[in-house]
Ligand binder design. Structure first.
Ligand code: DSN
Length: 413
């Protein structure tokens, strides 16, 4: 994309942006949490709304000049509510981690208990990993998946009865199976906990009606607006009316200052896109592509975790399957232009720096228009690169093949 003003003002930054654009164009993005926003979303992000401070909420701001910020934030809120059938939406969280922290601070007191999913079993850092601020303020107890990859709802209920959490939290960043929303929300109700779902990874698939919607079942739902939802990097909180005031107050002035209005404008655009029939077709194709990836990788002898996938990603135990660590697999795949991330597998004994697994997601390649045929080819490259990881000539050949396919599926700019 041409950027004549930037090129003139700051050639260094312009050149870095151009290089990143080329890297994205010439590589295959398989990081499960990444995607390509539309040109329209990019234009809203780069708009004059970035100049405006607007602490507060539509109709109740602390600075003047809010005619259009009020209108654009209201539009984002209304579209978010329509997209997910929510009673209340707060579109100001800067991203997923702040959104979760805002919820905790809205409904918990320091020392209160949260029952959430273990990180190595698919949970997220902000669901209580000891290194996080939330874990220093609140007490997190964790649940795990069973050998068959499903959640152990009886065990979750037993622990919930024993620990009496204030929040029962579901949601994940590397879990691949469907969660029984009704069952989790039911357990929360039984023990008097607030039910919370972090749908950051799934939001686009839910908006596109390819997966069931947790919003009717849970008291509070958090999400990012990028990932499968294909909006700008940002966060959002949806909740039942009874929590609206506490959530809004905890967001501003409790946790954040002025909202990033250019980002909120871009969220509004992404929500409009996600309401379209084309987005539904996209979400459906993401699920198809992930299923093909799972099947193909199995035929090459890769061990797929959690018994398979029902969403947009697969978690693969590359160490047990192929004797290569997650870190080595990530590096060799990067060499041929396939970008993904090393990832812990359940109860990984190797640790997070060089774990036994990799996480592979298809949202971004699906945005580029790739379908089952291309996914079969990608699986074969993954297998080839890992198998011939010491053979530089072979890797160079695979790199050329990846590049040729990338050229046939340009980025949406
Ligand atoms: N970093 C995101 C992911 O990759 O899943 C979650 O925060």
């Amino acid at each position: 994309m041409k950027k004549p003003f930037l090129e003139k003002t700051d050639a260094k930054v312009a050149s870095l942006i151009a290089k990143e654009e080329k890297r994205q164009q010439e590589g295959m993005e398989l990081i499960a949490s990444e995607n390509y926003v539309s040109r329209a979303v990019l234009e809203a992000l780069g708009s004059v709304f970035t100049n405006k401070y607007s602490e507060g909420y539509p109709g109740k701001r602390y600075y003047g000049g809010q005619l259009f910020t009020d209108a654009v934030e209201s539009l984002a809120i209304e579209r978010a509510k329509k997209l997910f059938g929510a009673e209340h939406a707060n579109v100001q969280p800067l991203s997923g981690a702040p959104a979760n922290m805002i919820v905790y601070s809205a409904v918990l007191r320091p020392g209160d208990t949260v029952l959430g999913m273990d990180l190595s079993h698919g949970g997220h850092l902000t669901h209580g990993h000891p290194v996080t601020l939330s874990a220093k303020l609140y007490r997190f107890v964790r649940y795990k998946t069973k050998k068959d990859g499903l959640l152990d709802y009886e065990e979750i209920e037993r622990v919930a009865k024993k620990e009496k959490p204030k929040i029962l939290l579901a949601g994940f960043s590397s879990y691949t199976r469907q969660i029984d929303y009704q069952r989790i929300a039911g357990i929360a109700k039984k023990v008097g906990a607030i039910s919370m779902f972090d749908m950051a990874h799934l939001a686009g698939l839910i908006a596109g009606k390819a997966l069931p919607n947790p919003v009717p079942y849970f008291d509070i739902v958090t999400t990012t607006t990028h990932k499968t939802l294909r909006g700008p990097r940002g966060g959002m909180i949806l909740c039942k009316k009874e929590f609206a005031q506490a959530i809004d107050k905890a967001c501003f002035p409790g946790f954040q200052g002025g909202p990033h209005m250019n980002n909120i404008a871009a969220k509004a655009v992404a929500f409009k896109e996600a309401l379209s029939p084309a987005f539904r077709a996209y979400a459906k194709q993401v699920l198809k592509n992930a299923k093909v990836l799972e099947r193909e990788l199995r035929t090459y002898g890769f061990q797929i975790m959690f018994g398979g996938t029902e969403n947009h990603m697969v978690l693969v135990d590359v160490f047990s399957s192929k004797g290569v660590s997650g870190k080595e697999a990530e590096a060799v795949l990067d060499e041929i232009g396939l970008t993904l991330n090393k990832n812990m597998i359940p109860d990984d004994t190797r640790g997070p720096i060089d774990p036994g697994g990799v996480r592979i997601g298809v949202p971004a390649i699906t945005t580029r228009g790739m379908k089952e045929k291309e996914v079969r080819q990608i699986a074969s490259w993954i297998n080839g690169a890992i198998e011939f990881r010491k053979d530089k000539k072979k890797l160079r050949g695979l790199r050329r093949e990846v590049l040729a396919m990338c050229k046939k599926f340009p980025l949406p700019y």
